[in-house]
Design a protein around this ligand. Structure first.
Ligand code: ADP
Ligand code: TRP
Length: 342
């Protein structure tokens, strides 16, 4: 396992701390699954993995308490149903580690405004209509605190997060330089490049902000309706078609085995295989692929206390690690607390 990916990071190894987070700002969709979640599940086997639900980050887009609570719980359910195993990794909610907010403030005092002004994702989000508030502007500082508070070595993320990891590296190095010590570990990104952008039903990037998603746990009529709505061109049924320019095939290839992929590509090229047929194939593939996860989820929904207990235990483990990093940081910066949490 010494192969490097294009970002130059080594894949995680056993003794490394792996960390990643996902925002609970909507229902999880196929883009999230293939672009992030699948790798998170894989990496829990490959090191000391920390995965968290970034609920403070979600306040930059969800400003409804009931909704944020629900999305947070749903992300926990979804991850557990999909195979996140709290015996193998530390799985928790960001809000269960208050040290993250403490570190975020301290890092903010070292962050030049100009660094945030260059934030690509800030500009994108404002262009999409999010409020340009201070939380959104300094989102990468909170993300840096998320990463640095556990001495993370490797951060597996989609390519869209690369700049935020660079910012985390920069802030860790700045802190260490200013306070003259190895207080914060410099993390490496591990950019997941094996998956091309997953298209949504309108052919643009699948994203909750475009309202074009197929959600991982969509089922029955709702799933069918979305699959049938995937945009295609108007090549008649009997004519040959190009799988590589087809949105339906771009989704099929994510789910199908190599053999099935070959078979479907041939059908496209031969003609006599319409987009309706392709959509039926896609529907069956999605249903089969998530069928075990779907039944695990149904069981967990009926047992919310177990989900909360898992998060509570994950939070406890995460706080313990966070405190070991935070304590020397307080001391170096001269932040004195006149109380003890013991
Ligand atoms: P959304 O665009 O729906 O708001 P997020 O930005 O919350 O999704 O995405 C969370 C993670 O899922 C991102 O880090 C990104 O890498 C991955 N992701 C989201 N949409 C896609 C997509 N269409 N294709 C591939 N990966 C995606
Ligand atoms: N910004 C990430 C996203 O939108 C979520 C996130 C928050 C994160 N904090 C993180 C990812 C720390 C990796 C590490 O997908």
């Amino acid at each position: 396992m010494s192969k490097q990916n294009q970002a130059g990071a080594n894949p995680p190894s056993r003794n490394k701390t792996i960390l990643s987070g996902i925002q609970p700002s909507g229902r999880l969709h196929l883009g999230n699954y293939f672009g992030a979640i699948r790798q998170h599940l894989e990496f829990q086997e490959k090191g000391d993995a920390f995965y968290f639900i970034a609920n403070y980050h979600s306040l930059t887009s969800v400003q409804d308490g009931g909704q944020l609570r629900q999305y947070t719980f749903d992300v926990a359910l979804d991850y557990l149903a999909l195979g996140m195993d709290p015996q193998k990794c530390t799985f928790f909610a960001q809000s269960d580690v208050p040290q993250v907010l403490e570190l975020a403030w301290i890092l903010g005092t070292l962050t030049p405004v100009s660094m945030m002004e260059k934030g690509v994702s800030y500009k994108d989000k404002v262009a999409q209509g999010l409020q340009p508030n201070i939380g959104l502007f300094t989102y990468p500082v909170l993300q840096a605190a998320d990463i640095l508070i556990y001495h993370s070595d490797v951060v597996p993320v989609g390519a869209d997060q690369k700049q935020n990891i660079e910012i985390s590296r920069d802030l860790a190095a700045r802190f260490n330089r200013i306070f003259d010590g190895e207080y914060l570990r410099i993390p490496e990104p591990y950019i997941v490049e094996s998956v091309a952008t997953v298209p949504g039903i309108d052919g643009r990037k699948m994203s909750k902000s475009y309202d074009n998603t197929i959600d991982i746990f969509d089922s029955g009529k709702a799933l069918k309706k979305k699959v049938m709505a995937v945009v295609t061109d108007s090549t008649p049924l009997e004519e040959p078609k190009d799988p590589d320019s087809c949105n339906v095939y771009a989704l099929i290839r994510l789910f199908a085995s190599e053999e099935k992929n070959r078979e479907i590509r041939e059908k496209y090229k031969a003609g006599g295989f319409g987009y309706g047929h392709a959509k039926k194939e896609l529907l069956t593939l999605i249903e089969d692929y998530f069928s075990e996860a779907r039944s695990r989820r149904e069981k967990l929904v009926r047992d919310p206390d177990t989900v909360r207990d898992m998060l509570r235990e994950g939070g406890r483990k995460a706080r313990e690690r966070a405190e070991t990093v935070m304590e020397p940081v307080r001391s170096a910066t001269g932040i004195v607390r006149h109380f003890s949490t013991q």
